[in-house]
Ligand binder design. Sequence first.
Ligand code: 0GY
Length: 302
Amino acid sequence: MEFTKTPGWLDWYAGPSKPQFKLPPGSVDAHCHVFGPGGQFPYAPERKYTPCDASKEQLFALRDHLGFDRNVIVQATCHGADNSALLDALRSSNGKARGVVTVKRTVTDAELETMHAAGVRGVRFNFVKRLVDFTPKDELMEIAARIAPLGWHVVIYFEAVDLPQLWDFFTALPTTVVVDHMGRPDVTRPIDGPEFELFVKFMREHNNVWSKVSCPERLSVVGKPALDGERNPYRDVVPFARKTVESFPDRVLWGTDWPHPNLKHHMPDDGLLVDFIPHIATSPELQRKLLVDNPARLYWGT
Ligand code: 0GY
C-alpha cells in the first residue's frame, strides 16, 4: 500500500553526528519507534498522522552508531493497536529489544502470551488528544488488570495540564507506571511552580511511578537546529530533567524518540540528543542508573 506522509512532517535526520558523550556499556535507548515500512506494515486507518517509513534495520543501525546496546520500542499511534511492525522488530533483534504495545480490551490471553514471548513488557495508554481518540477509563483499567499478572507495566503519555484530572486514574493503576517525557512540562514555567511540582509530587508519593526524561527537542522553546559546534541546544529543558534524575535516580529512563514523530519545525540530530544526557545526569553513577541499570531491571529483569 502507498502512503503519503502528512504535509509539513519532517523526515528523520539521516546523518546523525557521533555523540561526544560516550555511553556506558549496556546503555538502552528506552523510547523509540518503528514506522512501517507502510508497504509491509500498513498504517492504521484511525491514525492522526502518516509518518515517513522508519524501519527496524534503520533503528538498529542508529543504535549501533550512537553506541547503545539495546532498544525499547514503543508502539506509535500511527499503527493503532496493530503491533505487527513492532513485534517483527523485536523478533529480529536477537534479544536486544523489548517492546511496549497498544491493545484493546478484545486482546486475547493467547495474544498477550505471544507478545510476551516476543519481548513485550508493557502497554501504552495515550491521553494526548491530538494523537488519539478517547478510550474509556474502564477499558484501560481492565487492560491494566489483564497485563499485571504478566509483570508488565503501563506507559502513560499526557500533557502536563491534564495531570490533575487524570491523577485518580493514574494512581489507581495496579502496575509500575512509566510517564513519557516527564508529563510534557511547559518549560517556560518555573520549575518550582504548581505545574511541575504536581508531577514531582506524583513521583514522590507513588513509588511505582517512573519517568522518561526524554524529548528535550519537543519540550524546548529555545531549541533550534544547533549553532555551529553547539552540543547543548535544549538548555531550557535541562533543569526539569536534571531535577527528575536527581530526585528519583532509580526510576528514570532515557530514549531518543527516534524517528521523532510529528515534528514540523525542527528535527534533532540524534547525536546531539545523546550529548544532552551528561547535562541531566551529571555523574557516572547517575548515568549508569539512567541508561543501564534502570532499563535492564524494568525490561530485562536483571
Ligand atoms: C512520542 C511523541 C509523540 C507521538 C507519539 O505515538 C505517537 O504517535 O508518541 C508526539 O507526537 O508527541 O513519544 O513519540
